[in-house]
Design a protein around this ligand. Sequence first.
Ligand SMILES: *[C@@H]1O[C@H](CO)[C@@H](O)[C@H](O)[C@H]1NC(C)=O
Length: 361
Amino acid sequence: MKLLAALALTACATASAAAPKWHQLETYTFEQYLVDFNKQYPVSGLASRRSLFDKQLQSVRQHNAGTSTYKQGVNKFTDMTPSEFQMHKGAKRSARPMSINEISHNELLQTIKAGDYADEIDWRKEGVTTPVKNQGGCGSCWAFSGTEVLETHVAIQTGKLIEMAPQEFVSCMPNPDECGGTGGCEGATQWLLFDYAAQNGMTTEESYPYTARDSQCKTPEPVANITGYVRLPTNDYDALMAATQLSSVAITVSASWGAYESGVFNDVDACGFELDHGVVVEGYGTDSTSGEEYWLVRNSWGTSWGEDGYIRLLRNGEDTVGTDTNPADGVACKPYPETQEVKGICGMLSDSSYATGGYLL
Ligand SMILES: *[C@@H]1O[C@H](CO)[C@@H](O)[C@H](O)[C@H]1NC(C)=O
């Protein structure tokens, strides 16, 4: 029997084609779950896993029987403890303004007048997004979301879509002010990554493969560079709409959505505002069935989670306002603030950034 620690990683890497959908869970069992998600536990650990699974499955069924318009399902997280699930997040926000290499977002707003937006944007349709990735059991969401924005930005600028390496940033990027954590698998922020990339360039996944572990930096061979990046004004709906016309955008959220399967996620209360995860806005639109407006958000938990690795988050301007009561535990740079006001569902408008001036070396 394999040990649990090793399994936390293998479970992440394995997407199951046989996973059931939300309407097939009436008779679903823990035994079938173990098979579908390729999970193996020592006999001594089975009972506690079963109990975690049963509790979560019951909660998923209850949710789906209610009036909510989005659906929950079972996935690799269903039998995890809250702290194991936490390991699959790990990006954060800084409360401190940043200026190095930053261009004025006002220039952008002048170019793209508010309201002058496309009805719908989906950067996937432009062929400038790489396949969904899986960060595994390492708090490297900041490196994944940052890298994914770099990939798309370089593709938009140069016509070349290249799979870049989150591991380069996990292993090499310093984080002296402990922004969003102490670095590597222990967290950082995406704008720090853009700042680092603007000095050091970036390398390919092929030459610096992902290991989901902290390790010593091996000097990478850069293949592309950026001239700078933009940090959007915080909690600004129009700013994010404008930026999405130009680029995919890295955002920070409270990712209390482990059981999400499909639909527009609109449960403001369930999500909360304790920012702990980095993801990417790759567009927005309006759901044809419910009429709900949504943000198209790419996650880094593999394709078996959500809508092929994506979640659609309710897009309701700045109507949702909340307080992150523990920025020190997930989001800020030192000295950590005590609280921070955040807007948008799951606090998604609070810290957005994207790369500028990409070119191939
Ligand atoms: C990336 O560009 C910056 C200037 O914007 C430059 O200082 C740096 O050397 C470049 N890095 C590489 C690897 O080309």
